[in-house]
Ligand binder design. Structure first.
Ligand SMILES: [Zn+2]
Length: 310
């Protein structure tokens, strides 16, 4: 129960988080990871990841407005280099954040088309028709590779804004990156059965059994693992998770989720803790067979991106 409470607190703390229909973000808990600023190594002009470290592909990055001055793109580049993150999927509120990062990090930044102009949109986008022209105005064909991260609650697929943006994504052959619980993602998969879907946070609180059942049923479903502290409580890989990750070794990716939270948060707590988060992921990857760890660390992402339409 403690683990569950921690997970819920962690998710409630995230602007990237609430799966419940909360009208206003009011974080009431601090993230579990320490938030001390990580000491950075000296600049690496080549922007290449640290040699000798297994590369990581971060399938869940955000570079939203509160991060821009505190973590300028050059600083983000040093952080990614220092922990061996080679590249990642990035969506930002607003979208220009992604391209500030891409201007410095180039092809390492894979742009995602996100529906949020600001933090508040996370909670209201599905019922806000003004989101549609915003997304249409920022969309760059063949540059944005997927649509998301977007938050989806059960029962929201009938909403006009949701339908309009899913139609845009289908038309443009963008894969989908939903933040949705097991019920909402199942509804989404039924609604767009041909879509390639990268399920954010493995559904936040979906169980390994639920995740496995969905992977069995939907061959174009992949799963991203940010925020899942239950994979390795206290650093030890959970046995049910181990079975799931080994069984579906080709379907998982790691992610950190550098969200932006409002309220009393600075919005940069996940960037502050980035090295610790990445090292925590390396800790449980190291408890898997090497080929499985490499698949989840970066090979699955490479293959996933290579098979996308351009
Ligand atoms: Zn999320």
């Amino acid at each position: 129960m403690i683990r569950r409470a921690l997970l819920v607190a962690l998710v409630l703390a995230a602007a990237c988080g609430p799966v419940a229909a909360t009208p206003t973000p009011t974080p009431t808990a601090t993230p579990s990871a320490p938030t001390t600023t990580t000491a950075l190594p000296s600049p690496s002009p080549s922007l290449t990841p640290t040699p000798g470290l297994m590369p990581l592909f971060d399938a869940h990055l955000h570079y939203s407005a509160p991060a821009w001055s505190v973590y300028p793109p050059e600083t983000v580049a040093k952080i990614l280099d220092s922990v061996g993150v080679r590249s990642g999927l990035v969506s930002s509120a607003p979208d220009e954040g992604t391209f500030k990062l891409r201007a410095v990090l180039g092809e390492r930044i894979i742009p995602m088309l996100g529906p949020y102009r600001n933090v508040a949109d996370v909670f209201s986008w599905a019922r806000d028709p003004s989101i549609v022209p915003y997304v249409e105005s920022i969309y760059r064909p063949r540059v944005h590779r997927g649509f998301g991260e977007f938050h989806l609650l059960p029962g929201q697929l009938g909403l006009p804004t949701v339908r309009a943006l899913l139609a845009l994504a289908q038309r443009e052959k963008l894969f989908l990156q939903p933040h949705a619980d097991a019920r909402a993602v199942a509804e989404l998969l039924e609604y767009v059965p041909d879509a390639t879907v990268l399920w954010a946070h493995a559904g936040v609180d979906a169980t390994p059994d639920q995740i496995g059942a969905l992977l069995d049923k939907w061959p174009k479903l992949s799963v991203e693992l940010s925020l899942r502290v239950d994979i390795a409580p206290n650093g030890t890989l959970d046995a049910r998770w181990r079975d799931l990750l080994v069984r579906y070794r080709d379907r998982f990716m790691i992610g950190t989720d550098t969200w932006t939270a409002g309220g009393t948060f600075t919005g940069n707590e996940r960037w502050d803790a980035y090295a610790e988060i990445a090292n925590g992921i390396r800790g449980w990857l190291a408890q898997l067979p090497t080929d499985v760890a490499e698949a989840i660390a970066y090979r699955n992402a490479d293959r996933f991106l290579a098979q996308l339409p351009r």
